[in-house]
Structures are given as C-alpha cells and as structure tokens.
Design a protein around this ligand. Structure first.
Ligand code: 4AD
Ligand code: MG
Length: 462
C-alpha cells in the first residue's frame, strides 16, 4: 500500500494488516521499543513504524537512514499522539542497504550544502515540498490554458535567431572548437557547421508562438530557455523554464488580464491542493506564506505607466529613500526599485506599462508618443519581475524601422516581418519565468533551490 493511501484511509484501516515499501527517514532504537519513520515518496507525511519483537531485530536495529525496507504490520490509530496512526511491524525486510555516511542525516542543513547534493536533497522535507509544488504548478498551468481553449505549441530549442535581440545566446555547434578553420577573411566557416549557419539555444519561443497565434488564435509554449547573461543573482540562471502565451485580436489590456487571471487561478489551485506542502514551507519562513498567497488571490493589482513609476520613485528619493541606482526617466528599473514599489509603496503586485522603447525589445508596439512601447512587466512582492510581456508591433513599416534602429538581423527574421503582410491582426502575449513563480509560491529565496539541477556561471554539476 502507498503511504498516501494509508494517510487518506486512516479510520478504515484501524486494526488492519498492511504492507508498505519505503525508505527510512529517521530511526530511533530504544531498549524496549524502536521507531522508524518511513517515507515512500507518495505522501509528504512519513509513517511511524513501531517494532519490538522481530526474528531479525538485531539486523533491523542497525539499518541506517535511507535504507529501503518492506514492512508488514498492523495499523493502530493513535489519536493522542503526534501522528494520527502508527504501524506495529510484524516483519521488516531489507530491500536495499544504505551506507552510514549518508549525508542527509535528520538535522538542519544549509541550502548551499543541499545544492551540492542535489541528487539527494529531494529526500528532505523542504525539497520534497518544493518539487512537488513545482510539478503541480506545471500541470495546473497546462490545465488552465487547456480549459481556456489555448493550443499548446512546442517551439524549438535550437534556433538561428535571437528572439530578444539582446545577444545573450549560447552557441550550438558540432564544429571541433579545438581545430577551428577560418576562411580567407578570418571568419569561422559556419557553412561547414551542422546547420550550415550559426545556431543558438533559444532565449524565448515568442516569435514562433506568434505565428501559431495568427493561425490558432490563442496559443502558449512552455519549455526550457537559455540565457548567457553573466548575472549571478538569486533570480537569474542560464537555463530556466518559461511559459509564453500569445493571443490574437488582443491588445495590451487583454494581455494584462490574461496574466492576472492565470496567476490567481494557479495560486488558488495550489492553496487547495498542496496545503501540507505550503504549511510546511510556511513554518520555515519568518512571514506568513499562506497569507501572502491568499492575499494574492484577492489582491488589487496596481497598474501604472513606467513614467508614473519613475515619478513615484523620485518622490521616494525626495523623502529620503536611498537607492544605489539613480532614478531618472529612461533607466531600466533595477531590482531595488522594483522591490521598493512592490514591497514598500504598494505591498501588492504591480503592473508597469509603457516603458521607453530604448530599454525594451524590438518587437514591442510603438506608442503614439514615439518614445514608449506597449510593454508590461508584472512585479510581485519579494521577487520583483515575474512576468514580461507586450502588444506586438503588427505594422510592417514600424517593425522594420525598429529592427533597423536596434540592429536586428533582418535576413534571419524576414519570415517574422513577412507575417506582418498576411492578415497580421493586433496581438500580444507575455513570458513568465516559471522558477520565479515557484519562488513566489514556495517562499524559496534562491532560484537555484526551485530548479531540480540548477546551472550557473562556472557551475555545471549533475
Ligand atoms: O522579460 P523577458 O526577457 O521576456 C521575454 O523573453 C519575452 N519574449 C516574453 C514574451 O513576451 N513572450 O523574460 C520573461 C520572464 C521574465 O519576466 C522572468 O520572469 C524570466 O522570464 N526570466 C528569467 N528567469 C530566470 N533566469 C533568467 N536569466 C531569466 N530571464 C528572464
Ligand atoms: Mg523582462
């Protein structure tokens, strides 16, 4: 029987014989009585197994943490105890030994240490909860978009284009870098490379998702994305997952509404379906995670233009708030600015719209002021930027002009321009960093602790 089932059927099981398979999480050997806490991965809860007299008791008592066992026993309800029930073992059989040097002994470990043993850390309560929630949230997102009638498109990982035009791409090649041939102009002979041209890992599936939106109306892509930005922060990694919906016949307001509805739906679902995990993570934090999530569901999302946000921040500076980075129109908002708005000024999620064109990507729709674009970022308390999106430039001439202004490879993206020639209605979408969402929902403060096997600058383990 799975421990999940045992926990769900408590009452019916009283006095019943059951058989379970699992790993020892904790083991206390006493003079008259012995306790084993067993986890089989199906439930956040561990099952308390008590044993006194067994044929092989001498062997069993020596079992180390992480030993895999098969247990037969009788369920006994323990209403007055910490657990609702325990199992009185009639037999405990060894399935797989565990060495005594098992690094995850039942005591407090730092997240840094646990990152070094990422192949084992999921056996701890914290990471068990985090990755259960991660899995659940991924499924809920798919469900949301399915229910809303979206088509899921699997955009490719290898690409010739730079979808963000930011030049932060990892190159993909089958050329032998140790014996690279240069042509007469001292250039790499990419025509001899695998794809016959320069190739990269994608930074975003958006441009290709747009092509699907213009045939399927409402679409989304959800997959790994890669960025070779050398910022070693707690919110950036070179490999992360991004969810990108794209909707046709829509403007920036529609995009904002979609992102807000999606977020509320996901958080509501997590609150009802993962209460044990949230409650446990809550106990690790010095603030009320549960409350934060409940607040989000009913929150009034603030909305303001970039220009207004700059004004608000400037007033803060006049009132004595100190920032490391200068606040003036035209700057890219720094994390400290974003966090100040969400955590100090509004204590709520904040949509910032209409950013200066110079700090945003080439595909965003230029506003009539010719200075700003129809962009939006959603900033949330504790995290900063969770979502970035925009209405797309659907007008051929405007797009071409912006691509030239930003030195975008027009030849590589001719198909993207062409799309503007054939029934290109107004459309838009957003990208949500999946790990940032998981950080927000779990309260984990380092993005490396919500990725199963995180990659980083000068770091590639597992
Ligand atoms: O704001 P970004 O760069 O937007 C895009 O890529 C658009 N193509 C999205 C779209 O409109 N379809 O990235 C979107 C989100 C960010 O808001 C952030 O949450 C996350 O992706 N993100 C990262 N997450 C972790 N590590 C990084 N290095 C990230 N860079 C962006
Ligand atoms: Mg962004």
């Amino acid at each position: 029987m799975e421990i999940k089932q045992v926990m769900e059927q408590t009452l019916q099981l009283d006095g019943q014989a059951i058989e379970i398979y699992g790993w020892i999480r904790n083991h206390r050997v006493g003079k008259n009585i012995n306790f084993m806490m067993i986890n089989d991965g199906t439930s956040f809860d561990t099952l308390q197994v008590v044993y006194k007299e067994l044929d092989n008791i001498d062997v069993v008592q020596k079992f180390n943490i992480a030993t895999a066992v098969k247990i037969n026993g009788i369920v006994k309800l323990t209403p007055s105890g910490k657990q609702e029930l325990e199992v009185l073992a009639t037999s405990i059989e060894l399935l797989a030994e565990s060495n005594e040097d098992y690094p995850l002994q039942p005591k407090k470990h730092t997240y840094e240490f646990l990152r070094e043993i990422a192949h084992l850390r999921t056996r701890s309560n914290t990471f068990n909860a985090v990755f259960k929630i991660r899995s659940y949230v991924s499924q809920v997102l798919h469900r949301y978009f399915e229910e809303e009638g979206f088509v899921n498109v699997h955009t490719p990982i290898i690409t010739g284009a730079d979808a963000e035009g930011a030049g932060e791409m990892f190159q993909v090649t089958s050329l032998d870098l140790e014996q690279i041939n240069l042509d007469d102009n001292n250039k790499v002979e990419y025509n001899k490379d695998f794809f016959g041209k320069k190739a990269n890992l994608t930074v975003s599936g958006q441009l290709l998702a747009e092509t699907y939106a213009l045939s399927f109306n409402k679409v989304y892509t959800f997959g790994p994305t890669f960025r070779a930005e050398k910022s070693n922060t707690t919110r950036h990694v070179p490999e992360f997952w991004m969810l990108e919906p794209e909707i046709a016949f829509s403007d920036l307001d529609d995009v904002i509404k979609l992102s807000q509805n999606m977020l509320i739906y996901v958080v509501e679902q997590v609150l009802t379906k993962c209460p044990k995990e949230i409650e446990f993570l809550n106990s690790l934090l010095d603030y009320d995670l549960n409350q934060r999530l409940k607040n989000l569901v009913n929150a009034k999302f603030e909305r303001m233009t970039y220009t207004k946000a700059i004004e608000v921040l400037q007033v803060e500076v006049e009132n004595g708030v100190k920032f490391e980075n200068k606040v003036e129109w035209g700057i890219d908002l720094a994390t400290e600015h974003e966090k100040h708005l969400t955590d100090q000024v509004y204590n709520a999620p904040v949509f910032i719209t209409d950013y200066p064109k110079d700090i945003k990507a080439f595909y965003m729709r230029i506003n009539s002021d010719q200075k700003t674009v129809a962009a939006m970022d959603l900033l949330v308390p504790g995290i900063g930027e969770l979502i970035g999106g925009s209405q797309r430039e659907e007008r051929y001439d405007n797009l071409l002009a912006m691509m030239k202004e930003k030195n975008i490879d027009i030849q590589e993206l001719q198909w993207y321009l062409d799309l503007r020639k054939y029934g290109c209605v107004k459309h838009g979408g957003f990208g949500m960093g999946f790990e940032r969402l998981i950080m927000y929902i779990t309260g984990m403060e380092n993005i490396r602790d919500v990725l199963p096997f995180p990659r980083g600058v000068k770091s590639l383990e597992f």
